[in-house]
Ligand binder design. Structure first.
Ligand code: IPM
Ligand code: MG
Length: 385
């Protein structure tokens, strides 16, 4: 791109103000969010972008303040934001709170109220970390897969969902797995669309051998493929086998599309392939608005609140920073800067800097804040050029 165009593009960024809503949450959430905020501030200070930032409470910290896992005003701010950045929720402090007010309820409400049905969880193994995985280098080196997890349906939200007393000293717990055709169609379309921008292959994971919802999932994905995406390669895999294949030969996968619960489990497996749960970002997207094309969106690291290391300055901020990169790409029309942020992460890892979760012989151990500083310095040096 020549200089003129570059300047012109930078001007366009400058003219548009993007509203970012930050929900750091609990545990290490605030610490990793602080590192993403350094990058956001840098974009503002350099004039590359104009971000308006608001911050709210979610999870246990919201419960402590308002007695619920997120308040209506913060849900409204999330609805109107161009992108929500979410840290993490939960911790032993809130183990005893009522079930519907537990920290996770705040995240689930956001997903449901904003209709964020498509959860994108990329698992990329940075070359510098290939030895950090619990699998052998040759299995994970060069890994680049994407899980598209359905996020607003299935057993997470299906009713009835209850524990009843049978009156004979026994209780009965019920969760309900429900999928309607349209929910499977829209998740499948996101997966096929993304596959077209990658290696053009979709693996659809379900349990059609045991579950009716798996039978329907399989049928709908097959039809959407035949009618709308015949150019994309499609395979069906049983979800348990998919878990096994992920640790046997993960590089066979490009895009995996699956339901809410299987996606939760498979994405944790995929995360570990990359060396640490601290590496995996995610994007949760709604349908594009009919007029503006804008999608509601929330970006969060896949790791949780890690209460055991909260406050120690040891948390790995990379998944949070990589989640910001996804926001730049999918919500803020700054895809080139998303590439730059990801390149900066790769460069800092290649220079040998490691948070404790990634630490290996001969590497330089750094804390949360130093890792953020290194990534920002790298971005400022190469990106601003
Ligand atoms: C995730 C998490 C959540 C989930 C929890 C915190 C409710 O594990 O995003 O993967 O189960 O979806
Ligand atoms: Mg999970």
């Amino acid at each position: 791109m020549d200089d003129l165009l570059d300047a012109h593009v930078k001007d366009a960024y400058r003219m548009t103000t993007h509203k970012l809503f930050l929900l750091p949450g609990d545990g290490i959430g605030a610490e990793v969010m602080a590192e993403a905020t350094k990058l956001i501030n840098w974009f503002n200070q350099t004039g590359i972008a104009a971000f308006e930032i608001e911050q709210g409470l979610v999870g246990g910290s919201a419960y402590d303040a308002h007695g619920e896992a997120i308040c209506d005003a913060d849900v409204a701010l999330a609805q109107s934001a161009d992108a929500v950045l979410f840290g993490a929720v939960g911790g032993p402090k809130w183990d005893g709170v009522p079930y519907d007010k537990r920290p996770e309820a705040g995240l689930l409400r956001l997903r449901k109220d904003l209709e964020l049905f498509a959860n994108l969880r990329p698992a990329i193994c940075y070359p510098a970390l290939a030895d950090g995985s619990s699998l052998k280098r040759e299995i994970v080196e060069g890994l680049d897969l994407l899980i598209v997890r359905e996020l607003t349906g299935g057993v997470y939200f299906g009713e009835p969902k209850e524990i009843t007393d049978l009156g004979n000293g026994q209780k009965r717990a019920i969760d309900t797995q429900i999928y309607d055709t349209y929910e499977i169609e829209r998740a499948a379309r996101v997966a096929f669309d993304l596959a077209r921008t990658r290696r053009n292959k979709v693996s659809s994971a379900e349990k059609r051998n045991v579950m009716k919802s798996g039978v329907l999932w399989n049928e709908v994905v097959t039809r959407v493929h035949a009618e709308e995406y015949p150019d994309v390669e499609l395979e069906h895999v049983l979800a348990d086998n998919c878990g096994m294949q992920l640790v046997r030969n993960p590089k066979q996968y490009d895009v995996i599309v699956t339901d809410n619960l299987f996606g939760d489990v498979l994405s944790d497996v995929a995360a570990m392939l990359t060396g640490s749960l601290g590496m995996l970002p995610s994007a949760s997207l709604g349908a594009p608005d009919e007029k503006t094309g804008r999608r509601k969106s929330l970006y969060e690291p896949v790791h949780g609140s890690a209460p055991d290391i909260a406050g120690t300055g040891k948390a790995n901020p990379i998944a949070m920073i990589a989640s910001l990169a996804m926001a730049l790409r999918y919500s803020l029309n700054m895809g080139e800067w998303a590439d730059q942020v990801e390149a900066a992460i790769g460069a800092v890892l290649a220079q040998g800097f490691r948070t404790p979760d990634l630490m290996d012989d001969g590497m330089k151990e750094v804390g949360t804040s130093e890792m953020g500083d290194h990534i920002l310095a790298e971005l400022a040096e190469t990106g601003a050029a």
